[in-house]
Design a protein around this ligand. Structure first.
Ligand code: AHR
Length: 384
């Protein structure tokens, strides 16, 4: 069942003004202290609660369509199943687009294969679904297929990663990846200064090459590599997987034995793999180790590692975009305008409480001061 769709393009500048807290739309947590930690925990719980609230709004809005016997068909071309983050993101979309909420969701796990993802979208067009949701594996190569969606009159909602070579989609919900990379660099600069570490020899295990999550995190972090004159020894992809992180780190441990003191993993699963490789090579890491370990995502297992001091800092990427995405579809169904970009809230988590905050120029060119949240068990328990 299709209805005429009206969308409005908010300018990037407008969207940027929506950014608050750590690159997202939620308020920033209070300064690092036990009070701040408990506030952070309650914020994490609020994130879950607000996702639940959004889910119940979706359910009640779905009531009208369901009563009239209308089902909205949605095709979702998901990246794959490479990480804990991805598992949470898939569940978030599947829960929001449930049959009870009035949706018929067709889910395709593209297993990190860009050709398979384009084919999945084309199959959705063939099936004439009402909406297509895409989490793009890579940020380019989309113009032709998005034109095909437009020609078929099927609105496309992009979630998580961005599409950078076409604007032929109706809306996007996700994270500001460059801010995550900038924040990691800002934290490392202040942390090294506080610990009196003068020389930083850095190894990066990046995410899937060409994914906007990889491009943004690398670009943001490299700003600090360049401005601080840090020595980045190498950057190789671990494809956002634990196996990939382990393999790359095994080879780093051989090639750069005794020569590195920072490892940056672009997601938690890569960090777990890197830990296994460092354990095997007898390299110590974390709060009491020789190597500073930085990660992104802040999933439950990642935050547990931060709590135990085995990851020094973890920059959150929020996977719970399902409810926002479903609300966008419902608004479009109702003929309402939707904003082009929605940024998810993302706090920054640390193992030690000495540094209270970091100040940096974010991806929108604004100077921001963001609190650093020391992880507590309460925070781990409230995580995704
Ligand atoms: O696109 C988001 C990234 O993709 C997450 O950081 C990572 O865990 C996932 O695989």
């Amino acid at each position: 069942m299709k209805r005429k769709v009206v969308s409005v393009l908010l300018s990037t500048a407008m969207a940027a003004t929506m950014l608050a807290g750590c690159g997202g739309s939620a308020p920033a947590p209070a300064a690092a202290s036990s009070e701040a930690a408990s506030e952070a925990a309650s914020q994490a719980a609020e994130t879950v609660a607000s996702a639940e609230e959004a889910a119940s709004e979706i359910a009640s809005e779905a009531g009208a369509d369901a009563a009239s016997g209308e089902t909205i068909s949605v095709g979702f071309a998901q990246v794959g199943h490479e990480s804990d983050w991805r598992t949470a993101a898939t569940k978030s979309v599947q829960d929001a687009f449930s049959a009870e909420n009035g949706f018929d969701l067709q889910f395709v796990d593209c297993d990190n294969d860009s050709a398979a993802q384009l084919e999945a979208v084309r199959n959705f067009i063939q099936q004439d679904v009402d909406y297509i949701v895409i989490d793009p594996i890579v940020s380019t190569g989309w113009d032709t297929v998005l034109q095909e969606c437009e020609d078929a009159g099927i609105p496309v909602i992009v979630i998580d990663r961005t599409i950078d070579d076409s604007d032929k989609y109706t809306a996007w919900v996700g994270s500001q990846f460059k801010n995550e990379g900038i924040a990691a660099g800002a934290w490392l600069k202040d942390y090294a200064a506080a610990k009196g570490i003068e020389e930083l020899n850095i190894l990066v295990i990046s995410g899937t090459t060409g994914a906007s999550a990889q491009l943004g995190r690398s670009e943001g972090f490299d700003q600090y590599v360049d401005s601080e004159g840090w020595n980045k020894l190498d950057e190789q992809t671990g494809d956002f997987t634990q196996e990939g992180g382990q393999e790359v780190m095994e080879s780093y441990c051989k090639s750069y034995n005794g020569k590195f003191n920072v490892v940056v993993c672009q997601n938690d699963n890569e960090a777990f793999g890197a830990q296994q490789a460092m354990d095997a090579a007898g390299v110590s890491y974390g709060v009491d180790g020789d190597v500073i370990l930085i990660s992104f995502d802040a999933c439950t297992a990642g935050l547990q590692q931060v709590l135990e001091g085995k990851i020094n800092a973890d920059f959150q990427c929020n996977p719970l975009s399902g409810p926002d995405c479903a609300k966008i579809v419902q608004s479009l169904q109702a003929g309402e305008e939707v904003q082009k970009e929605t940024f998810m809230a993302e706090p920054w988590y640390v193992a030690e409480s000495d540094l209270k905050s970091i100040t940096y120029t974010n991806a929108s060119g604004e100077e921001v001061t963001e609190d650093l949240i020391p992880v507590t068990q309460e925070i781990v328990d409230a995580a995704y």
